[in-house]
Design a protein around this ligand. Structure first.
Ligand code: BDR
Ligand code: CA
Length: 306
């Protein structure tokens, strides 16, 4: 089967680790590059985590380190959600540094895009700093980007600010560059992430899915994106789910702006679903998710990981 080429831009991150697992073991996706960016924890830690995951699976996917801080905003982190390492809970093998490229993520992304005979989909599941830098440093990269399918933003309330989601709040200016780029953007916001849940009985099934299942179960026990009792939120897997099973989502095409200056609202995605701003649509927004189908999809996707 012809695989769809993607680049995952990530800050692992427990829910990132699960999304990466599903993408790497999917028969429909080819992960050409994993680029890392400071977000959930520092750049060194998230890069180490990406390398640890690849060592765990013995997969030679190239990894490139990107931005160690946002463009303008003061750095934030989410160590309270993912643990101080960013992926607390499992005793991983040492990271395999042979997967680490010597070039900066922005240069690596550009090279991979230019060398590819076909367009590539970017899948950012982290602050958008690397993607914004790519678009500013190499404007012709656009021609080789199929679409940008990202986890980030919110249609309602936030998880970092009152109205703002973590990935966008970390680097609002970068997010603005991405949404204003003219490249087709798909946004999987908090509103679907909040419904993409793993419950205790699911985590027990995951634990019995072999070594990857055991590893993910150990991470889930430490992850505080929700609580294991009420359901853990698989935010980043929503972006992968959209790639592999878009029928899980209700999608509306609309104009999305990013608030960068509001003293209370910086990092808010303003999704103009009612058309007040009279702007042409720039984003396909996932407005709802079929929770039962998502759960079935997630569990069967994880079962394929080993
Ligand atoms: C996003 O923030 C991070 O903590 C998660 O990994 C996800 O990408 C959810 O707001
Ligand atoms: Ca993430």
């Amino acid at each position: 089967m012809k695989k769809r080429p993607i680049i995952i831009d990530t800050d692992p991150g427990i829910d990132d680790a699960i999304a990466i697992a599903i993408a790497l073991f999917s028969e429909e996706l080819e992960v050409k590059l994993i680029s890392t960016v400071a977000g959930n924890v520092s750049l060194d830690k998230v890069t180490n985590n990406a390398l640890k995951l690849l060592a765990f699976w013995g997969r030679p996917v190239p990894v490139a380190m990107g931005a160690d801080r946002p463009l303008l905003a003061a750095p934030l982190d989410a160590g309270d959600i993912h643990g101080s390492s960013g992926m607390d809970g499992y005793d991983f093998p040492d990271p395999d540094r042979s997967n680490l490229l010597g070039e900066h993520a922005v240069n690596a992304m550009y090279r991979v895009l230019k060398e590819s005979g076909e367009k590539i989909t970017l899948v950012p599941i982290a602050p958008l700093t690397n993607i914004a830098l790519l678009l500013r440093m190499y404007p012709d990269a656009k021609e080789k980007i199929e679409e940008i399918v990202l986890m980030g933003g919110s249609l309602t309330r936030g998880n970092k600010g009152v109205m703002s989601e973590f990935n966008i709040t970390c680097d609002p200016e970068a997010a603005r560059i991405v949404f204003e780029s003219g490249i087709p953007v798909v946004m999987a916001p908090l509103d679907v992430g909040w419904k993409a849940l793993v419950h205790p009985e699911d985590s027990v099934r995951i634990k019995d899915m072999g070594r990857t299942g055991e590893m993910i179960y150990a991470l889930l026990r430490k992850y505080r994106g929700g609580g294991l009792k009420t359901g853990l939120r698989m935010y980043d897997s929503c972006a992968i789910a959209y790639l592999l099973k878009p029928e899980l989502f209700e999608v509306e095409e609309t104009y999305v702006a990013v608030e960068t200056t509001g003293s209370l609202t910086a990092g808010t995605t303003v999704a103009d679903l009612k058309g007040y701003l009279k702007q042409p649509p720039n984003t396909k927004v996932c407005t709802d998710i079929n929770t039962g189908m998502f759960k079935d999809w997630l569990l069967s996707a994880l079962k394929r990981c080993d």
